[in-house]
Design a protein around this ligand. Structure first.
Ligand code: CO
Length: 208
């Protein structure tokens, strides 16, 4: 990929958009009102907008290694705050993906320096679900299951925030856990019952 090519692509893209709608960029510059916050992996193969078939303005996107929602990370916490309290999104999606390098790295013994504290959040997910995961003999299958359980636990982390608890009470915001299967291109809804999870964790995590 040549960097110059990107600017050529951009020129073509502008022309294509203007061909359909002369005011496309004028309208885009007026503001954003996306109904969805998407939290996904930074993996180059899992482009948020393209796999969902959505356009600029449709989805507020945050991506990091292994689609994590650690409560000490100012990046994701600020994104949730802005999307939920200010943009007032109706849905939050945490989207993981099979073949995730971050999840794979967390399943192995290796000192990866500054990546250690980040990946340790995934090791914590493994510890919470150790009984189920250790019961899976096939390593590939265990890897896939950890990807799914990590999505579920990051949905739990989303539900632990005051912004989301308040938005659930006030306007019934919904939380979804998805997995993108790179091998087939399919987006899979894990059908996480976030309302039962929320009820279960509120004893300990209620903030509002
Ligand atoms: Co990944």
């Amino acid at each position: 990929m040549q960097i110059d090519q990107i600017f050529e692509n951009n020129k073509k893209w502008i022309q294509e958009k203007l061909k359909v709608d002369q005011d496309y960029f004028k309208n885009l510059s007026k503001g954003q009102n996306p109904p969805i916050l998407y939290v996904g992996c930074a993996d180059s193969r899992v482009t948020a907008e393209e796999i969902m078939g959505v356009n600029p303005g449709d989805v507020f996107v945050h991506r990091n290694i292994a689609n994590m929602v650690p409560n000490t990370d100012l990046g994701i916490m600020s994104t949730i705050n802005y999307a939920v309290a200010h943009l007032k999104v109706d849905h939050i999606v945490v989207c993981g993906h099979y073949y995730c390098g971050g999840v794979k790295a967390a399943m192995q013994s290796a000192d990866l320096g500054i990546l250690n504290p980040w990946l340790r959040n995934i090791r914590d997910v493994y510890r919470i679900h150790k009984a189920e995961l250790d019961g899976i003999q096939d390593e590939e299958e265990r890897y896939r299951r950890l990807v799914e359980l990590n999505v579920q636990e990051q949905c739990v982390n989303v539900l632990k925030t005051s912004e989301v608890q308040l938005a659930y009470k006030d306007r019934g915001i919904t939380v979804h856990g998805w997995v993108f299967d790179i091998h087939s291109g399919k987006l899979i809804d894990l059908k996480i019952d976030f309302e039962s999870i929320l009820k279960k964790i509120m004893d300990i995590y209620r903030l509002v």
